[in-house]
Design a binder for this molecule. Structure first.
Ligand code: HEM
Length: 415
């Protein structure tokens, strides 16, 4: 039996766990905690979060697809019935922006919106973006190659996903830095123990973000362009179109979901590749090897760890009884380390061919942007390691204090 780290207390009999989600010893290296949870208590009650959590691959995979659970519950129950607090006035703009987010709705509303968005999204032929992504990566590297060192997140990782999703939507490149600011504020809402300042910043950014998108919608209505927003405005399914509110929510969720996770994943992947001591030239020797390497990084250092679900009815899972209105959490990043599915799960093995990782989810909310994120990772990582074959880390990278999102504060490299 492996010894537990001192900040982790597990009681396998009651299946309860005590762990401070904001302790750097935990979020700096969550994988060893996940390994301990798999060994002692894969389904557990997290005392500080006051909720049940699942880490087992089969449980997480099944729960993501289980229609007795949903990302939303207010479509079938009132706040009063569930004892939920009323919406807070200082979060009105944030709530409005979330109202039609694909991540906040369930069928039939979700089915209709996802079909419409998917039509517009698929029609953009993601694969055609490959040369544009490659060109952007090469240009960014041109900008810092001669310096012999760089902080990779600000000079590279932060720029590529936001530029690509913004271009796809139809937002000019120069708005990029502003989009990053709005998005950082916005995701502050998903932090454990967020402060009122975090909430006010998220609400303010949601309002500014929505106002900006509304202006853009008005422009595209007058003069449609060859972009995703114009497509979404004009996409029709069974005589239905997206309303302005749906367009705003969708644009915001695409922008937020569309870059934050990918930024982190570029940083996480470069780190894990460099730490592995393996030869990047082998990992990226051809398309298949590259794809396997990228999937292995998504497995072992996923950028988004936890997703939650509401129990939409009374239901029992793994001996735990949930009542309608209870929340459960699924740790996708831990499911990717389940020893029942992966041999030596904590070891980075770029040629691994075992179960598919769950980093993009599963079921009806499966990541709509997965093809784009995968294309970005499969394109930019080989370019980076080909252009800078002697890449090395010059400082120990620090993980961000946003446990839910697993990403680095900075990644200082030299060559
Ligand atoms: C490495 C990068 C990414 C990761 C790991 C990731 C992960 C995920 C996961 C796990 C979900 C499902 C959430 C759930 O079931 O509760 C999801 C949903 C979603 N993702 Fe991603 N994502 C990434 C990149 C992107 C990109 C590039 C876009 C947009 C272009 C995007 C847009 C979305 C949207 C809109 C949803 C909601 C889909 C729905 O609810 O129907 N994501 N993502």
């Amino acid at each position: 039996m492996t010894a537990l780290p001192p900040f982790l207390r597990i009681d396998p009999t009651s299946r309860s766990v005590s762990l401070d989600g904001r302790d750097p010893a935990f979020y700096g290296d969550p994988n060893r905690v996940y390994a301990a949870l798999h060994e002692h208590c894969p389904t557990f009650y997290w005392e500080e979060q006051k909720q049940w959590f699942f880490t087992g691959y089969d449980h997480v995979n099944a729960l993501l697809r289980d229609r007795r659970f949903g990302r939303q519950i207010l479509h079938i129950a009132s706040r009063e019935e569930l004892g939920l607090p009323e919406p807070q006035p200082h979060l009105a703009n944030f709530d409005l922006a979330e109202r039609y987010s694909l991540l906040e709705i369930e069928p039939p509303e979700h089915t209709r919106l996802r079909t419409l968005v998917n039509r517009a999204f698929v029609s953009r032929h993601i694969e055609r973006l490959r040369p544009e992504i490659a060109e952007l990566a090469e240009t960014l590297i041109d900008g810092f190659e001669k310096e012999g060192r760089t902080e990779l997140l600000s000079s590279f990782a932060d720029i590529i996903p936001v530029t690509m999703i913004a271009r796809m939507i139809g937002i000019p490149d120069e708005i990029g830095p502003q989009l990053l600011k709005w998005s950082h504020d916005y995701v502050g809402m998903y932090m454990f123990k967020r402060t009122r300042e975090d909430e006010l910043a998220a609400d303010r950014s949601a309002r500014e973000f929505a106002d900006y998108v509304k202006t853009l919608i008005a422009e595209r209505r007058k003069a449609p362009q060859e972009d995703l927003l114009s497509h979404m405005i004009h996409t029709e399914h069974k005589g239905q179109y997206l309303s302005d509110e749906e367009l705003v929510s969708t644009t915001i969720v695409l922008l937020n979901a569309g870059h934050e996770a990918t930024v982190h994943q570029i940083g996480n992947s470069v780190r894990v590749i460099l730490e592995s001591g393996l030869r990047p030239a082998d990992m990226f020797r051809d398309e298949t090897a590259t794809e396997r390497t990228v999937e292995e990084t998504l497995r072992i250092c996923a950028p988004v760890h936890i997703f939650q679900r509401w129990a939409l009815e009374d239901v029992e899972v793994d001996g735990v009884s949930f009542t309608r209105g209870d929340k459960v959490s699924l740790i996708l990043a831990a499911a990717n380390l389940d020893p029942k599915k992966f041999s030596d799960p904590l070891v980075f093995r770029p040629d691994r061919q075992e179960a598919a990782n769950l980093s993009f989810g599963a079921g009806i909310h499966f990541c709509i942007g997965a093809p784009l994120a995968r294309l970005e990772l499969n394109t930019v990582l080989p370019i980076l390691f080909r252009r800078l074959p002697c890449l090395r880390m010059v400082a120990m990278p620090r993980v961000k204090d946003v446990y839910h999102f697993h990403g680095l504060e900075r990644l200082d490299l030299a060559w």
